[in-house]
Write a new protein. Structure first.
Length: 162
């Protein structure tokens, strides 16, 4: 049997659930990133809200508090930009299946920082950041972008996408 519509292999026919997870993940981050970029007050409004959230977070992990107080809050506009556009570009990369491993690893880094800022326990029911970290790590460890994604089309040309 030949490849499905020009994709690398017929494996894409049996690995569609990983593509579904990748695309769902992408939509989630795209929607949340877009909401931050286009919110009323722009990134400035998001930056103020982020700094307010971080400044009142009593459950923040102690090892992370010094970084937030010394670096993040004084540079809240820059970090708001990183968060908003990081979510937006992570979402786009996941939806397109483009540089998926790298985007997923950057996403793991991002959501781990969210978790550290919230300071929730690992097993806390409301700790979605740990769940997202595991989902993104799984997408980084498997060739998720090679299933109905641009990584499959571009991997012959750019070996870094394999």
């Amino acid at each position: 049997m030949t490849g499905f519509s020009g994709w690398k292999s017929d494996r894409a026919l049996t690995t569609w659930p990983i593509a579904l997870l990748r695309i769902y993940c992408g939509l989630f981050f795209l929607i949340h990133g877009w909401g931050k970029v286009t919110r009323e007050g722009g990134l400035g409004g998001f930056a103020e809200g982020m700094a307010g959230f971080l400044g009142t977070r009593e459950t923040m992990f102690d090892f992370y508090r010094g970084f937030v107080e010394a670096v993040v809050i004084p540079n809240q506009g820059f970090f708001a930009f990183l968060v908003a556009y990081g979510e937006l570009f992570l979402g786009l990369a996941m939806i397109l299946g483009l540089a998926t491993r790298y985007a997923a690893l950057a996403g793991v880094f991002m959501v781990l920082n969210f978790w550290f800022a919230k300071g929730l326990g690992f097993w806390a029911g409301q700790n979605h950041d740990v769940v997202w970290a595991f989902i993104l790590l799984a997408l980084a460890l498997v060739p998720a972008g090679h299933v109905y994604g641009l990584d499959a089309k571009l991997s012959d040309r750019f070996k870094i996408l394999r």
